[in-house]
Design a protein around this ligand. Structure first.
Ligand SMILES: CC(C)(COP(=O)(O)OP(=O)(O)OC[C@H]1O[C@@H](n2cnc3c(N)ncnc32)[C@H](O)[C@@H]1OP(=O)(O)O)[C@@H](O)C(=O)NCCC(=O)NCCS
Length: 175
């Protein structure tokens, strides 16, 4: 599946992407915003990708590419639950120089639209750490609403931080 926007293209993650993911996800400047904390190995990442590609997987992982075909990160819908028609959204751009250019917002919009329209999801949810104003800005703009707070959910550099829980329902999606 390929989803094309004006600034980015989303394409299926390939096994050959694993090395880049390992580099990005082991970079403290990236993983401080994510829930992945342990040291990620190439073997683990390759297995994660293989599992995602299996038929019937409950997750969709897509690589974010710039218009020039540069792979800069990924976007996902995980824990897809077809009984309740919901999924958990995740995103990261692993190359900092591509932040703040609207690429993340567009990538998110593309996969959320796919989730509501093609997968017929009713609800998409996510967690964002309190010290991530950039992501919060993107999610609010997309229409996500704050639903709760997991207090002191994460331990980072000697201190506990909250995770903010947000959700977006199909009829709230304006794309
Ligand atoms: C979060 C992320 C996906 C957003 O993608 P992006 O391409 O950088 O975001 P966009 O350029 O579309 O939008 C960023 C917005 O945040 C704003 N912003 C940037 N820094 C900010 C700050 N410190 N405080 C408030 N807003 C900020 C930008 O001005 C922009 O808003 P605008 O378009 O209204 O001006 C990307 O920055 C990223 O991968 N970060 C690291 C990993 C991460 O945080 N993942 C999300 C985990 S929940």
């Amino acid at each position: 599946m390929i989803l094309k926007g004006q600034k980015v293209t989303l394409r299926p993650i390939r096994l050959s992407d694993a090395g880049r993911f390992v580099k990005w996800l082991n970079n403290p400047e990236i993983h401080k915003f994510l829930q992945t904390r342990r040291h990620l190995t190439l073997g683990f990442e390759r297995k994660w990708i293989k599992d995602s590609l299996k038929k019937g997987s409950s997750r969709i992982g897509l690589a974010i590419e710039t218009k020039d075909g540069v792979h800069i990160g990924s976007v996902s819908l995980e824990s897809i639950n077809n009984d309740h028609r919901r999924a958990t959204f995740g995103i990261f751009i692993g190359e900092k120089k591509y932040w703040n250019q609207g690429l993340g917002s567009e990538a998110a919009r593309l996969v959320i639209d796919y989730g509501f329209k093609k997968l017929k999801l009713y609800r998409i949810e996510l967690g964002v750490l309190e010290y991530n104003p950039r992501a919060k800005r993107v999610y609010k703009r997309l229409g996500f609403r704050k639903e709760g707070v997991k207090r002191d959910h994460i331990f980072f550099q000697g201190k506990y931080y909250d995770e903010i829980h947000m959700g977006l329902l199909r009829h709230e999606w304006k794309n």
